[in-house]
Design a protein around this ligand. Structure first.
Ligand code: FAD
Length: 299
């Protein structure tokens, strides 16, 4: 069949549909059927299937597994189930109050309709370098919980990505949830995204999270999106800013380092040169704003 890749009414190729009700059942199905794909909100997967970019023979829908969904504060950590809708995260008072950076990242994703369907697990596991939710979780140093058959493991989220559309997950593993440590007093963050339209994915994006103690940056994390094959954390920039008092010179050198540390490509959303240049201005603004918010929260 000749496929017009822009006709989204095309029906995908034949597949078998499974609706497990427990995590154990889901991973057993993943193990049993090799050519599988997990279905969460479907906002990334279904368009790819319609365009024949992916042709799984088995779809394992996670929607009937309640243990994969929800936001819970436990001690100094917040747990977010992989199947939690983006809209639920955006509207959560816990997230708004304790993880405002994540709230800002999620709020910028697509439209309300997309956020009502899409999940945080799907945003991360789709492994797009432009994933806004993933970028927020990277800047918050989230831990990813992975479940397989007789296997559970934890991975720092920035170690999850291998390239566009590829994670370290094997075909028989799924992400069950994410854990984020609640930032200490004196913390602030900033997310900036530049895109062609409000619905389009980012041409370039940045998330910065920091903690300030006695006017010095104590903890700092800097992550950029759409600038490399994976969402990118920049440890050199973080190190440059850590244990330092913020001055204009410090911010300017950090912003130059951020631009030097990225490997953007030219695509339909922007050129590599544009992204290199934009990174400088965006890093300056994001670091300054995060610093100001953290200083304000320190008082
Ligand atoms: C019009 C439009 C606008 C968009 N705008 C943005 C945007 O601005 N920013 C942005 O970041 N994204 C955007 N997206 C992309 C998408 O909506 C999000 O990435 C969304 O969070 C994907 O979640 P989902 O539940 O729909 O994933 P699905 O499509 O169900 O799954 C995506 C991938 O992840 C895998 N997967 C899902 N859950 C798990 C799990 N628990 N464990 C292991 N693998 C899993 C699936 O097998 C699939 O490969 C947009 C999409 C559209 C259609």
């Amino acid at each position: 069949v000749s496929i017009n890749k822009f006709n989204t009414h095309i029906i995908p190729t034949r597949f078998e549909y499974h609706t497990p009700t427990t995590i154990t059942d889901a991973v057993e199905l993943l193990k049993k059927y090799e050519n599988n794909k997990i279905l969460a909100g479907g906002t990334d997967l279904i368009p790819k299937m319609k365009q024949r970019l992916l042709e799984p023979r088995h779809l394992i829908n996670l929607k009937k597994i309640p243990e994969l969904r929800g936001i819970e504060e436990k001690g100094d950590k917040i747990h977010i189930g992989a199947l939690t809708k983006l809209r639920e995260i955006e509207r959560s008072k816990i997230i708004q109050k304790k993880l405002p950076l994540l709230h800002d990242c999620i709020r910028s994703i697509g439209s309300v309709q997309i956020r009502n369907m899409g999940t945080i697990g799907g945003n991360v596991c789709n492994a797009s370098p432009a994933a806004d939710g993933a970028l927020g979780l990277i800047a918050l140093d989230a831990i990813t919980h992975i479940v397989g058959l007789n296997l559970e493991k934890e991975v720092k989220i920035d170690k999850l990505f291998m390239g566009p559309g590829h994670t370290i997950l094997s075909p028989s593993e799924l992400v069950s949830n994410f854990t984020v440590r609640i930032p200490e007093e004196g913390s602030g963050g900033c997310f900036i995204s530049v895109g062609r339209t409000s619905l389009d994915i980012s041409t370039i994006s940045i998330a910065v999270q920091m903690t300030v103690k006695r006017s010095r940056i104590q903890v700092c994390r800097v992550a950029l999106g759409s600038v490399a094959p994976t969402p990118l954390r920049l440890p050199d920039v973080e190190e440059h800013l850590t244990d330092r008092k913020v001055t204009n010179v410090l911010i300017e050198t950090a912003a130059e380092m951020a631009s030097d540390g990225i490997k953007p490509i030219t695509d339909i959303r922007g050129t590599a040169e544009y992204r290199k240049q934009a990174a400088i201005g965006m890093a300056k603004e994001a670091i300054t704003t995060a610093w100001e918010k953290a200083k304000e929260a320190e008082r």
